[in-house]
Design a binder for this molecule. Structure first.
Ligand code: TA6
Length: 300
């Protein structure tokens, strides 16, 4: 069946001039969003936002030129949805099964401001069978900002549901050497580059000049990425999140990642928002957890 034929069942969610279903890379279904202030693109595979760009600004998100676009493979860049676990897990795909699933588009709407919102739901996937029954939704709101909301409902009548989640956002930067990250002073973190050594951030701002893979815990603070090269400050407001992860693979690690260009680390930085490790969520029966980020940018 052709891609467009497969996308047919979502045709009713198209909104002329705002939301269009198209064939993306690798014959995957892609949604193009056009608003008064910005454009965005979202793959149904992983409900993966691969692009967001405000009118008159360079792209806000980075997606690798070497990304795979295939079922059973995560997309490299944009915003992978990490759920229900973060990191590696014996015999299972890294970072959970949500980013590998084809999500269902269940609702679209325009906003009075000229923006658009799209709602996705995670279908029943075989990998979910060993977890308590749950429902997961993802709401993408595109205006002059990008708002992303991962909603998880524990559908079990009697079991708690314990999981990790993370919006593993790849931001585009002009030159990694000149970028600073603000908002993490005084926060303790696990340094994955040094075998999970526990440390505390003492600097007002973080500079990246080698491989960085830090899991900051017990922090609800907003983060800013100051980018003098692009003359832009990116601000990440968050709610329902106690963890922030900062990742740049730098030279050696980049070379080990097959779907990542050797030099691409210079133009990206992951600042990820979620609940991992001791911040994992334990949801009582019938309860809902909402993880939300609002990403905005302003001139530096
Ligand atoms: O969040 C940082 C991290 O967990 C790193 O350790 C790193 O390897 C990265 O995510 C990318 O993981 P992936 O499975 O997408 O290759």
């Amino acid at each position: 069946m052709s891609v467009m034929a497969r996308l047919d069942r979502w045709k009713r969610f198209e909104i002329p001039g705002r939301i269009a279903l198209t064939e993306g890379n690798g014959e995957l279904g892609k949604i193009e969003v056009l608003t008064r202030h910005s454009t965005a693109e979202i793959y149904l595979h992983g409900a993966h936002v691969t692009g967001f760009q405000k009118n008159g600004e360079p792209p806000l998100l980075f997606t690798s030129q070497f990304s795979r676009f295939a079922l059973n493979q995560p997309i490299r860049g944009g915003v992978p949805i990490i759920f229900p676990w973060f990191g590696s897990r014996e015999g299972e795909p890294a970072h959970g099964f949500a980013r590998l699933a084809d999500w269902e588009l269940i609702e679209t709407a325009t906003l009075p401001s000229g923006g658009a919102t799209l709602r996705f739901s995670l279908p029943d996937v075989p990998e979910a069978a060993t977890w308590p029954p749950f429902a997961a939704y993802y709401i993408v709101t595109v205006t002059d900002q990008l708002a992303l909301e991962l909603v998880v409902v524990n559908a079990s009548p009697d079991q708690t549901f314990t999981f990790e989640n993370c919006l593993h956002t790849y931001y585009a930067v002009g030159d990694i050497n000149s970028v600073t990250v603000l908002g993490l002073k005084g926060v303790s973190y696990q340094d994955k580059v040094e075998h999970f050594t526990q440390k505390t951030e003492t600097n007002d701002s973080i500079r990246i000049s080698s491989e960085v893979d830090r899991v900051f815990l017990d922090t609800g603070s907003p983060i800013e990425i100051h980018d003098p090269t692009l003359k832009r400050i990116v601000r990440i407001e968050k709610s329902g999140s106690q963890s922030t992860v900062v990742w740049n693979p730098w030279v050696t690690k980049s070379q080990q990642i097959p779907d990542f260009g050797t030099d691409e680390f210079r133009r990206m930085l992951c600042v990820e928002t979620g609940n991992v490790d001791r911040n994992r969520i334990t949801l009582p029966p019938g309860e809902t957890a909402v993880l939300k980020i609002i990403v905005s940018s302003r001139p530096a």
